[in-house]
Design a protein around this ligand. Sequence first.
Ligand code: ZN
Length: 185
Amino acid sequence: MNKSRALKPPAFVPPSLRFANVTYVNRQPSVPAVATALEQMFAAGKAEAGLDFSVQSAYRSYDSQVRVYNDDVAQNGVAYADTDTARPGHSEHQTGLAVDISAVPARCSLDACFAQTPQGVWLAANAYRFGFLLRYPADKVAVTGFTFEPWHFRYVGTALAAELRAKRITTLEEFFGVPGGTQYR
Ligand SMILES: [Zn+2]
């Protein structure tokens, strides 16, 4: 979903969640297929490039998204908060399909400079192999409604991830022809 499309119902909870056997900053589970893909991706990053990763955050409930969003509004104001934190019912984290990934040792966590870390570079090039999409690219802010988040990956499955890659389509809004944009509706 995005700012034009809320979860239905807004307080949706995934039917099944599990913890991946990986390093966590905030221990939050994922949909089982996503947890398995994370284990495979982190193992490949280690084996192929000697890199270590952690899950910064994964599933967040509606109620925890209320807290995250309200904290952002309190610190930065609503206009800024709406550029980098989804309103409750609009967060991909609530689906259990989205993960924020950090480097180990931590460097540029949840920061645009993560894109220049070895982990950020490796993920941008390889995440699709494991079914993950870099969901908020730098050049598609007007489409997704979110600022560049090189740490935020959305699991879409390996078939769709490969098709997106082959067609050079970088957002789900463009692939499915659904509304996006920066305004809540
Ligand atoms: Zn995220």
